[in-house]
Design a protein around this ligand. Structure first.
Ligand code: 26Y
Length: 809
């Protein structure tokens, strides 16, 4: 079937117009005369998609022909962001599309407003997955991202004075033009049941599952920028088998009972992170993890077997990256497939498995390291538990050989935790079953080796690596900040920086050019006008991220209260007007984080109503922070709040996006802040607070928040306002938790933070100086491109090379 070619896709306005009409008529089934905006959006999306699909076909052919080592990225989350604008850019059809839709009576902007982002993730880890697949394609690396196609993505957040409320996010309610469902390519996934010995074999077993669910794949195209490659992310939906519908019950009028099994099966991909406060909720999460793993591994094995190569070459042709521990059951699952189904001897299978997997850790909080009760595993995945036991036994034998008689070490390192209840430690399984383990910023990787994973680093020092995170310069500069992109391109002479972000360093010489600085500043102002949340001449101070106590939105809030009190005490002073913008979601069951949101909303309203303070201070909290909203806020930010307690934020990626867009960071020595500061320069970064070692020491030496409360008058005044109850019970609760325990040393860092904020204001008054710092932040953030991150993974962890996709001329 070689040599059958496609008609070339429209490359002129007329041709594009024709393709658009053809999609409107033949795929959408409507006419120009009756087309709604939705019809036009769908037809346009399909037309753009066709351009990528054609590149996709060439990519698949070129990648298959070169028989490369494939990168398979397994992630429970993908926060891909809106697709239309990106795909117009990546397919180079933006101008054609604008003309063509105009002829239909629509504007491109109107149609872009109909493009709903798939919110298939929570935060940093999910957006990182999206940036990495973008850069994998941009670097021409053969790769597939695997994930779950949740029916309901991350909840839609509504902020009122009562705090956060959560509404379901039925993101594909009106259809999703960007995906290619493949219901005929479905996989079968087992759960529950029991195992049976296989006569004559010690290690092989038969697993007889008690429940079968189908996994239906659907893929989205992931184009590279400035290249031909189009990779895919393949997302799985749970579907009940035909047999699960009980026709006789239905006929008897037992409608609910007739579908209950099907509903149960399909609940697996119903929502992202179902509430885990009940046993059933926790089991559903484990089911999701295995569902993703089982479908994806079957797909990976199917693709490998297309070539009829022996298992000996599997690890040479496959690397599977585990995005945190959520897909770690892939390790015992690959063992099960190899040993039980393909009769590969255990030792051989283990060698293959270890060489195939690599694990990225994204946390330092010990409580965030996943563990699952052994009894839950035993019930849901009985064969996997047996395999984990055997892996653990052989592993502990290895430890015992290296450290004879060190029983405490065995207990610490075991994959099974014994006390207070037996649990499977997923991070230990992930370290034992992989060839490489990496953290996501220098400090994080170092602390992993020194603290949470120190025993493993002692055993296998070479396994531990660092790969600092990065972000997509296409989405987070070119698409989100077109004005700045144009100025950068003009300043550098070409737009090569979009594929080679270190070239931004060429802006350094322009930082001293006053007319360039004025244009830079005018762009920031125009972006603030677009965002329309406050006076565009005020200092736009943004804290945008998930709500978590370790990130310390409460510290920012204490700063706001202090400013409020200072202004009230001395209204005539020369205050720097500020707009403080918070955005972010809290996990629905995380009450302390939701209290902080509610408190911010309450205080925002109080300030708004205060005629003395409101000319200088405004607090805004736009609802429903997501990728689309981030793309609007980031270009307008002057000050980037990165104020987590040092040693707690693994990396952060919002910090990188903001610095790239010329916001100046006020931050602690945490995560990637340290690397940002090292690159942009100490003078262009507002540093405060304890470092990670000082923080650990403060805790160890007996940290007493009251000590700070008693000695700092302004801190006490701010806390007393909360305690007084004028901001309600929620204020009392937040203050109480700070005074009584203050897990993240908020009060300990308060004075240092305030001093640093005074330095911010002093600097802000000198516009030329501030703008210079802003330009230097952009100029020296080129390292934080996800293209560099992917190059690091490719060279140091995956050992893969690009495969060029030939152009179609
Ligand atoms: C519920 C549980 C299984 C769970 C679900 C999601 C645990 C963790 C997560 C998500 C974690 C996450 O987003 N981590 C962030 O990853 C970013 C990318 O590496 C880092 O920049 C950021 O510091 C880290 O908090």
């Amino acid at each position: 079937r070689q040599g059958i070619g496609l008609r070339k896709l429209g490359k002129t306005t007329d041709e594009f117009q024709q393709d658009l009409l053809s999609n409107l008529y033949y795929r959408r089934g409507t006419t120009v005369e009756s087309a709604s905006a939705r019809d036009a959006y769908e037809a346009l999306s399909q037309t753009v998609r066709d351009h990528l699909a054609e590149r996709r076909a060439r990519t698949a052919a070129a990648q298959f022909a070169s028989n490369p080592r494939w990168v398979y990225y397994l992630s429970a989350e993908y926060l891909l962001g809106a697709q239309l604008e990106q795909n117009l850019l990546y397919s180079g059809t933006g101008d054609l599309a604008a003309e063509a839709v105009k002829a239909l009576g629509f504007s491109l902007e109107d149609l872009e407003d109909l493009d709903v982002e798939p919110g298939l993730g929570n935060g940093g880890l999910g957006r990182l997955a999206a940036c990495l697949v973008d850069s994998l394609a941009t670097r021409d690396i053969p790769a597939v991202g695997y994930g779950i196609r949740y029916d309901l993505g991350i909840f839609r957040q509504v902020i009122t004075e009562n705090g956060q409320t959560e509404l379901p996010d039925d993101w594909a309610f009106q259809g999703n033009p960007w995906e290619f469902p493949a219901p005929d390519d479905r996989q079968t996934v087992g759960f529950y049941g029991h195992t049976e010995p296989i006569p004559g074999s010690e290690t092989r077993k038969t697993w007889v599952p008690g429940e079968i669910v189908l996994g239906e794949p659907s893929h989205m195209l992931v184009p590279g920028y400035g290249t031909e490659t189009v990779n895919i992310v393949r997302l799985w939906s749970a579907k009940a088998s035909e047999a699960s519908f009980d026709l006789s019950r239905f006929s008897a009028g037992q409608y609910a009972e007739a579908v209950q099994e099907a509903v149960r099966a399909e609940n697996i991909s119903k929502v992202l992170y179902p509430d885990d406060s009940t046993e059933l909720g926790r089991e559903l999460r484990l089911k999701q993890q295995y569902f993703l793993v089982s479908c994806s591994l079957r797909d990976i094995v199917r693709r490998f077997r297309l070539r009829n190569e022996g298992w000996d070459t599997f690890a040479d042709k496959t690397v599977i990256q585990l995005n945190d521990t959520h897909p770690t059951i892939a390790i015992p699952e690959l063992m099960r497939l190899l040993v039980d189904e393909y009769e590969v001897p255990w030792e051989k299978a283990w060698e293959i498995t270890r060489k195939t997997f690599a694990y990225t850790c994204h946390t330092l909080l010990p409580e965030a390291l996943e563990t699952w009760p052994v009894r839950m595993f035993e019930k849901l995945l009985p064969r996997h538990l047996e395999i984990i036991y055997l892996i653990n036994m052989l592993f502990l034998r290895e430890v015992e050989a290296r450290f004879p008689g060190d029983h405490d070490r065995l207990r610490r390192m075991s994959i099974i935790q014994e006390e207070p209840e037996r649990r499977v430690r997923m991070a230990h399984l992930a370290v034992v079953g992989t060839e490489a383990v990496n953290g996501v910023a220098e400090l994080h990787s170092k602390l992993l080796r020194e603290t949470v994973l120190d025993d493993f680093a002692a055993l296998w020092p070479a396994k531990f690596q660092n790969v600092t995170n990065g972000v997509s310069p296409r989405r987070f500069v070119k698409l989100s900040n077109p004005r700045l992109s144009d100025l950068i391109t003009e300043g550098l002479g070409d737009d090569g920086w979009l594929r080679d972000l270190e070239r931004l360093a060429g802006l350094e010489r322009l930082a001293d050019d006053s007319s360039f600085r004025e244009r830079w500043q005018a762009i920031k102002r125009a972006n603030k006008v677009d965002l329309a949340v406050g006076d565009p001449d005020s200092l736009t101070d943004v804290m945008i991220k998930r709500f978590h106590e370790y990130k310390r939105q409460q510290l920012k809030l204490l700063h706001v209260i202090t400013l409020y009190q200072r202004i009230r005490q001395n209204p005539a002073a020369d205050w720097v007007p500020r707009t403080v913008l918070f955005a972010g979601k809290a996990a629905p069951a995380y009450h302390a984080a939701k209290d902080i949101i509610r408190l911010i909303a309450t205080i925002a309203a109080r300030i708004e109503a205060d005629p003395v303070v409101s000319p200088y201070l405004k607090v805004v909290f736009p609802s429903n922070y997501n990728v689309t909203l981030a793309e609007r806020i980031i270009p307008a930010a002057d000050l980037s709040e990165q104020i987590s307690l040092a040693g707690k934020e693994a990396s952060g990626t919002g910090n990188m996006k903001l610095a790239l867009n010329g916001a100046i960071t006020i931050g602690t020595l945490d995560g990637a802040n340290i690397e940002i500061r090292a690159r942009v320069g100490e003078d262009n970064f507002f540093l405060f607070g304890m470092d990670a070692y000082e923080a650990a020491q403060a805790r160890a030496n007996g940290y007493h928040p009251r000590h700070y409360y008693e000695r700092d008058d302004e801190l006490r005044a701010a806390m007393d306002t909360l305690i007084s109850g004028i901001f309600g019970d929620v204020g009392r609760r937040v203050a109480g938790s700070l005074l009584d325990w203050d897990e993240y040393l908020t009060l300990g860092d308060f004075r240092s933070y305030l001093e640093s904020q005074e330095h911010v204001e002093k600097t802000w008054r000198d516009t030329a100086r501030w703008t210079r710092m802003s330009i230097l932040n952009t100029a020296h953030s080129g390292f934080f491109s996800a293209d560099r991150t992917v190059a690091d993974y490719a060279a140091r962890i995956w050992r893969v090379a690009p495969v060029a996709v030939p152009r179609l001329d």
